[in-house]
Design a binder for this molecule. Structure first.
Ligand code: ATP
Ligand code: MG
Ligand code: MG
Length: 551
């Protein structure tokens, strides 16, 4: 994996080891908050954290960062595990919950108080914000800042015992209200929340803040490199301050390193916004094939290999940037081009009768599954066929090399046919074509090598399998620079889903179930959707055939 070998996080790890740090080995973690489904941005973090561990022969933990009781749920805990496994990574037996450390974290908070480095504050949330000052103005000290250690210990114990209401008091680190770094202006480390927690139940009514819980969870687990996104850069001094003041050795304690989060054109990568799409019913669920969640991408037909390849290609950098979603599509296209079987499917059928082909005859032709892998399948041929409506034109321009009145075209894997007659309904719509086949023109026949400009796909009407086909477009529309408006709901694409319910597919797909990929010849890459039953096939279009991504 060249991205891991050359990225700046790996360089930092090697530098640390040269300096005699982390001699016991490298240990990373992936720390999702179980408040939603993972998305493509998380895939970047997963590939990086598990990739770094693998590359350095180290370990990577899965840790649920579940310190915020009101938004978390076991549904998310389960989906997160499924998604990481599907991507191809394993935490083996190292799955942890930050909530498992609540007792230890409480003890560390008490230790800080005893050292005179934390205090209970009675200011309201608004007052704390007001007192904090601005980037150009120093903050103001809280009138409660100089409480004695004894008073703080007593009040903190009573916070834990449930004597106070939500928001009545908080515990704050005691650092420097004039620091140029806003996080260092006595950041809040515990708050009161009388809320039921998905794992600890009603045991706690105080909960540690991210800034407090995260560094300590890392340290408790023996993490060496705590890789996180850029918005936490400002929090790093507090990360170090906390571990330093609680006596963790600088040669073994975790080090925070920030990288740029993934932003994709036409895509929101924020759980909050994705949740809004689900809750307001703009999509069918977290795994809607238009969603950039890992479960949505999986259902859409993206493969783990394609997502890992994408994460490798975008690389890891220190500066935020916007990645073209066409690059993600290009990764799945090249994976499916190499690995998906080709079949024929007609999305918008037009009936064709081969008038010189016997009514009761049925023959089996051979088609190759994938020119890169070999392998063949049988394709039935008979008198009545379906072709794609757009492959016939009555008043065709000169360069139209498909079927036209009096014209010839080759049916893929079969015969050359000629259009003799166009049948229309009362309204003048073309409903059927009567054609004759050159019966010597299939592979091995006398006229097989006759030059015909166009080749089209088809299915035999009698044996074809009916299918519903779902075609997708981007869920969100962006401006020409690929940016979304602040009100992203206003950018929802009303035509992001087109359902075709009378498509026909060749019978080799019979009995296949969800997750099986195909290239429909000339049409695109498709996957069988989870809505498929033994009686009804449903396909999703993963991506079209043509690559708009210029390397
Ligand atoms: P969101 O804003 O979508 O809720 P988050 O960062 O709050 O994202 P977490 O569950 O805390 O979500 O994320 C777990 C890990 O995944 C964190 O280390 C986080 O930095 C990383 N991560 C989240 N989004 C992205 C992204 N777009 N690109 C890269 N890494 C990400
Ligand atoms: Mg987070
Ligand atoms: Mg978040």
């Amino acid at each position: 994996n060249t991205t891991i070998a050359t990225n700046f996080v790996q360089n930092a790890i090697e530098e640390d080891q040269k300096n005699g740090k982390y001699t016991e080995g490298i240990h990373t973690r992936f720390p999702p908050e179980p408040n939603g489904y993972l998305h493509i941005g998380h895939a970047k973090s997963i590939c990086l954290n598990f990739g770094l561990a693998e590359y350095n022969h180290g370990l990577c933990n899965l840790r649920f960062d579940d310190t915020n009781p009101t938004k978390e749920d076991t549904e998310y805990v389960d989906s997160i595990q499924e998604d990481i496994r599907w991507l191809g990574f394993s935490w083996q037996n190292r799955m942890y919950y930050a909530s498992d450390y609540f007792d230890k974290l409480y003890d560390y908070a008490v230790e800080l108080i005893k050292k005179g480095l934390a205090y209970v504050d009675d200011l309201t949330a608004e007052e704390i914000k007001e007192y904090r000052g601005t980037l150009t103005e120093p903050g103001k000290e809280s009138p409660y800042r100089n409480r004695s250690v004894e008073e703080n210990l007593d009040l903190f114990a009573r916070m834990k015992a449930g004597e106070f209401a939500d928001g009545e008091k908080v515990l704050r680190a005691k650092i420097d209200m004039a620091s140029p770094n806003m996080v260092m202006r006595d950041t809040v480390i515990y708050r009161i929340a009388h809320a039921h927690h998905h794992r600890t139940g009603d045991k706690w009514c105080i909960y540690p803040m991210y800034d407090f819980a995260h560094p300590l969870s890392d340290a408790i687990e023996g993490i060496t490199h705590s890789v996180c996104t850029l918005e936490f850069e400002e929090h790093r001094p507090f990360y170090d301050w906390l571990l330093e003041n609680l006596g963790f050795d600088v040669n073994t304690r975790p080090r925070q390193i920030e990288f740029a989060r993934l932003n994709l054109t036409n895509t929101v990568t924020s759980k909050r916004k994705l949740r809004q799409l689900v809750e307001e019913g703009h999509v069918r669920g977290w795994d809607d094939p238009r969603m950039p969640t890992i479960s949505g991408l999986r259902r859409r037909g993206f493969t783990p290999a394609a997502l890992r390849k994408f994460c490798e290609e975008i690389g890891v950098a220190k500066g935020n940037s916007l990645v073209d979603v066409a690059m993600l599509e290009s990764c799945v296209r090249s994976d499916l081009n190499e690995n998906a079987d080709r079949i024929m499917a007609v999305l918008r059928p037009l009936k064709v009768i081969i008038t010189n082909y016997p009514e009761d005859k049925e023959e089996w032709l051979l088609g190759d599954n994938n020119p890169m892998h070999g392998g063949h399948r049988f394709i039935p041929f008979s008198r009545e066929l379906y072709i794609e409506q757009e492959d016939f034109m009555e008043e065709a321009p000169k360069k139209f090399f498909r079927l036209k009145p009096g014209g010839e075209v080759r049916l893929k894997h079969a015969y050359i046919i000629k259009c003799d007659e166009v049948i229309k309904d009362e309204a003048g719509n073309v409903v059927e074509l009567h054609c004759t086949a050159d019966l010597e023109s299939k592979t091995g026949g006398a006229t097989a090598s006759r030059k015909i400009k166009g080749t089209i796909h088809w299915v035999a009407a009698k044996t074809a399998v009916p299918a519903e086909v779902r075609l997708y477009d981007y869920l969100l529309e962006t401006d020409e620079n690929g940016n979304l408006p602040a009100d992203f709901i206003g950018a929802l694409n009303k035509n992001s889903l087109e359902v075709i319910d009378n498509a026909w597919v060749e019978p080799s797909v019979k009995l296949q179930a969800a997750g099986k990929h195909y290239q429909f010849l000339r049409t695109g890459y498709f996957v069988i959707d989870t809505d498929t039953t033994p009686d009804k096939l449903v396909f999703n279009r993963v991506v079209g055939l043509r690559d708009s991504w210029a390397k």
